[in-house]
Design a protein around this ligand. Structure first.
Ligand code: C5P
Length: 225
């Protein structure tokens, strides 16, 4: 039986990119490394939570004491999250592709034919996992935390995102510098009433602090701040 301030709490985390197939050999994706999400999953597990980590394709070792569910597409990620409910807290760190190729061909596309025009790619909108879980009527996690990567007007955009998605907190990353893929992060924690800017620190330290905040919010804050 786990001990720690989050013992008895089920935490659901998404991390990494999604990968949206165009055909069997090609896909749309992004540069998310998964590091911040994996660090948060580890920190919550270390604080005693039972953790489900739904991860897109990354080059990281599975964190210890975490139930890892590996997915590729946004739609698989949403399904895996819904299957993992109920959860007490949902932390949506994944860089989910907003769009996917409308059709994934089952055979490799021949798109390099001579004397044709550049091929067009039709896109379809992916589900918004954070908004979907934030608006669940049954099984809405007690605390829903989203992420927002912004380069300017960080707080204003993040606060607007909090309203639009219906989540409780937003961790806004200032990605105007070199935090993408790196070991450090610079974040602002935005709640409905407050905002607090944290100094630049390692992603592991961001994760530990966030775990402390989550423990305080969920009412088991012994010794973790
Ligand atoms: O609107 P934007 O994509 O910038 O919002 C970022 C937040 O929303 C992150 O927490 C991300 O994990 C989540 N998100 C999601 N599903 C999407 C797009 C974003 O869960 N399709």
């Amino acid at each position: 039986q786990a001990s720690g301030p989050l013992a008895g709490v089920h935490a659901l985390i998404t991390a990494g990119p999604t990968r949206e197939p165009l055909d069997p050999v090609r896909y749309l994706s992004n540069h998310s490394s998964g590091r911040q999400g994996y660090a948060i999953a580890s920190a919550l597990a270390a604080a005693g939570a039972s953790v489900t980590l739904v991860s897109g394709p990354v080059a990281l070792a599975p964190p210890r004491n975490v139930n890892l569910v590996q997915v590729e597409t946004a739609r698989q990620m949403l399904k895996a999250c819904e299957d993992a409910l109920p959860a007490d807290v949902f932390v949506s760190v994944a860089a989910v592709a907003d769009w996917r190729p409308a059709r994934a061909a089952t055979k490799k596309l021949k798109i390099k034919a001579v004397d044709t025009e550049a091929p067009a790619m039709e896109l379809a909108e992916n589900p918004d996992i954070l908004r979907t879980l934030s608006n669940k009527r049954k099984h809405r996690p007690r605390l829903v935390v989203g992420f927002a990567a912004e380069t300017h007007d960080v707080e204003a955009y993040a606060r607007a995102k909090l309203e639009r998605k219906g989540c409780d907190w937003i961790i806004a990353n200032d990605v105007s510098g070199d935090v993408m893929g790196g070991a450090d992060n610079e974040v602002v924690l935005i709640t409905r009433e407050t905002s607090e800017r944290w100094p630049r620190m390692g992603k592991d330290e961001v994760a530990r602090r966030l775990a402390g905040k989550i423990a305080a919010e969920l009412g088991h804050d012994g010794g973790l701040k």
